[in-house]
Design a protein around this ligand. Structure first.
Ligand code: SF4
Ligand code: SF4
Length: 386
């Protein structure tokens, strides 16, 4: 049943959608959006639902996740209602609605909550190190440089990593299950045979690995004067994501191999993989910082507080990781130990807040939304034949 929320317009403003009530329903945005069809007024339908306060309809919709923020709708809107930014804000709003803990809503709508949680988690790591760190050996030997594994044994850090991974997985998966209840189970009009979930699984895996929808963003890539049909946004997003995932796998699964006291040659796989991950992260970060500061592309024009928190945390994590690496290479024990602690003080809140409750969760919600949309479409086809 439709439920009206008269405060939805002001609620959505807290998630970043400041201008959409200026919409006078002309339909220009639908005319230019490649996702619009005869039966789907994309994105105008979402603007109408938002203006009317129909929160149940919005909650059970996958459309905000299908939008890849190409920005065409915003640049053609005669009222500067910023429909692209509304879709972005609806993604934040939906992330908060899927999250049963209520933390996501707090983080997206209160700067004090978000910063407070970051400082609290950072303080927790600091306290753990103050009380439980190993000896801070400053002596260097020929075989092994800085004794990072004496100060912070990888086996102990790995136990912490696994506890964190279990928590992240639990929150993220339970929120995805909540999303499934809202968009599929609540929709009683459609019967979905189990086998359709299996036959469309490939889409889920493909979109998880590539986030391919972003390749359709504005501004195609030009190399030597030739235009390619892939946007720089996707390329940089892919560098960032692949660097981040690679680093996550190395610290969560292969920490014993990655955190050694031995300094290998530059061509050793341990160092090469670490350098690739660092390059991917830095390239993506520079691009996204530039995009948000220059505001040339629609996707960079309106930055929510949570967007800045995310890229600042990721940049600090990357830079402190680079410094730990160089301090070790140059045989500086104390700077290595202090920087290692600071690195974990940034990394831990970034993962605990961003992955299940904030910006990073879109890496999971978007592929699932595309998957659910495909499952629903396939089921409609089957049902229409019956
Ligand atoms: S183009 Fe702008 S004014 Fe026209 S329907 Fe879309 S959002 Fe509303
Ligand atoms: S940003 Fe692009 S994909 Fe998203 S609604 Fe606007 S035109 Fe459509």
């Amino acid at each position: 049943m439709s439920k009206l929320n008269p405060k939805l317009v002001s609620e959505l403003q807290c998630y970043g959608a400041k201008e959409f009530s200026a919409c006078y329903n002309c339909g220009n945005c639908t005319a230019v959006c490649s996702l619009a069809s005869e039966n789907n007024e994309f994105p105008r339908k979402m603007i109408r639902l938002s203006t009317l306060g129909l929160e149940n309809e919005i909650e059970s919709s996958l459309e905000p996740w299908l939008c890849y923020y190409c920005g065409e709708c915003s640049s053609t809107c005669p009222r500067q209602a910023e429909p692209g930014e509304l879709m972005m804000s609806l993604r934040r709003y939906l992330t908060a609605r899927y999250d049963w803990t209520g933390l996501s809503k707090r983080f997206y709508t209160s700067e004090i909550w978000e910063l407070g949680a970051i400082f609290l988690l950072a303080a927790f790591i600091l306290v753990m190190f103050i009380f439980f760190h190993g000896p801070m050996t400053t002596e260097l030997t020929a075989e092994s440089g800085v004794k990072l594994n004496t100060f912070a044994p990888w086996k102990t850090i790995e136990i912490g990593d696994w506890i964190m991974a279990a928590l992240l997985g639990f929150f993220l998966l339970s929120n995805i299950f909540n999303m499934y209840l809202k968009v599929i189970v609540r929709n009683k009009n459609i019967k979905i045979p189990i086998k359709l979930y299996l036959t469309t699984l490939w889409d889920l895996a493909f979109n998880f690995a590539t986030q391919w929808e972003f390749s359709k963003s504005e501004n195609k890539t030009k190399i030597a004067g030739k235009q390619f049909n892939i946007s720089p946004y996707w390329i940089m997003h892919w560098f960032l994501m692949s660097g981040y995932v690679l680093m996550l796998i190395m610290i969560m699964v292969f920490l014993g191999w990655f955190q050694t006291d031995n300094i290998y040659e530059w061509w050793h796989p341990q160092r090469l993989l670490g350098y690739y991950a660092t390059f991917g992260l830095m390239a993506g970060l520079i691009y996204f910082f530039y995009n948000r500061i220059k505001k040339e592309q629609e996707s960079g024009k309106h930055s929510h507080f949570s967007d800045w928190v995310f890229i600042v945390l990721l940049a600090l994590t990357t830079i402190t990781g680079i410094l730990v690496h160089f301090f070790r290479i140059y045989g500086l024990p104390l700077p290595t130990y202090y920087m290692y602690v600071f690195h974990l003080m940034v990394l831990f809140p970034m993962l605990m807040i961003e992955v299940p409750f904030s910006k990073w969760s879109h890496l999971a919600y978007r592929p699932f939304a595309i998957y659910f949309a495909k499952v629903i479409k396939a089921a409609e086809k089957v049902n229409s034949k019956d």
